[in-house]
Design a protein around this ligand. Sequence first.
Ligand SMILES: NC(=O)c1ccc[n+]([C@@H]2O[C@H](COP(=O)([O-])OP(=O)(O)OC[C@H]3O[C@@H](n4cnc5c(N)ncnc54)[C@H](OP(=O)(O)O)[C@@H]3O)[C@@H](O)[C@H]2O)c1
Length: 314
Amino acid sequence: MKAMQFKAYGDPSNLVSVDLSPPIPKGREIRLNVRATAVNPIDWKLLSGALRWVLPLKFPQIPCFDFAGTVDAMGPEATHFHVGQPVFGMLPIRHLGAAAESLIVDEHLAAAIPVGCALHPMAALPLAGMTALQALRDHGQITSGQRVLIIGGTGGVGHFGIQIACRLGATVTAIGSTKNLDLMRSLGATEVLDYTQPNFAVGKRDFDIILDAHGQRPFSDWEPSLAPEGHFVSLLPSLPLVISALRLRITSKRRIHIVMVKPKRADLEWLADGMADGCLKVHIESEYPLERLTEAFEQSQKGHTRGKILITVS
Ligand SMILES: NC(=O)c1ccc[n+]([C@@H]2O[C@H](COP(=O)([O-])OP(=O)(O)OC[C@H]3O[C@@H](n4cnc5c(N)ncnc54)[C@H](OP(=O)(O)O)[C@@H]3O)[C@@H](O)[C@H]2O)c1
């Protein structure tokens, strides 16, 4: 099988194409013919070595977490799927390896692709979609009628976040750059704010949830916009944010949460239902074949992805 591989920490130009023997599934594992994977910023952050103190990698390493494909072989105890079935999912953060023609995964980390859903775009959904869902539902405790602010409303996480918040009955304000205002409206945001304008400010507001999918401004910039019992949900841990979280615990009913996405079949099924009934759409900005993964990572590194970058494997 063909795969893209890193031999050591480095930038995307260090990716090489390799030919490996297909792995054999054991226990409750299934083997997939991978049709597509997708790029997430954590892919190139992990491989750069920037996170090596918290998430060290062994090399050689095949990157990427998201996958969509068909079941090709099953371990002796795997019972949930059948050979030939289209499935999608996310590998656990410590076990990346989806940028390959063949992939082994424990069956509880995959979900069936509903009849009628195109197979390839489902690879764009798992990591970013589950992050948005777990951030809003599990950390933000979102309920119908709430007001939600999404910072970075057209990135992988943000563009699912807008749609999921709307689907759960919230009213969404989204922040992005000028070129993305129409996209954020089309995803369901009722108010859009352009961070590139010189007079950009959110000001004093009462958002029940602020989902920060950008993470580059200090919490103090957003604090005046958070309701007295509001939840600020960040995707990027930092020491100042942890200190602010401790301060709020002592001084107010506001809460700060730091998300670490966890793959769960039930959440994949929730997202798949949304795709099947048309409530949830994946915006694919661009597609690259597997052997051009380097270019796809370099595009993601610019920090302005509109929706998702898809990698076609076969
Ligand atoms: N903790 C976790 O479990 C977890 C899970 C997933 C992702 N993450 C992290 O969360 C972040 C977002 O992930 P992603 O996949 O959504 O990234 P992405 O697809 O690269 O999207 C980045 C977004 O940031 C926006 N942006 C850039 N500059 C901005 C600014 N100054 N103000 C507001 N928005 C700005 C971009 O919009 P414009 O094009 O309009 O500038 C784009 O929508 C990444 O750092 C990622 O590593 C963490």
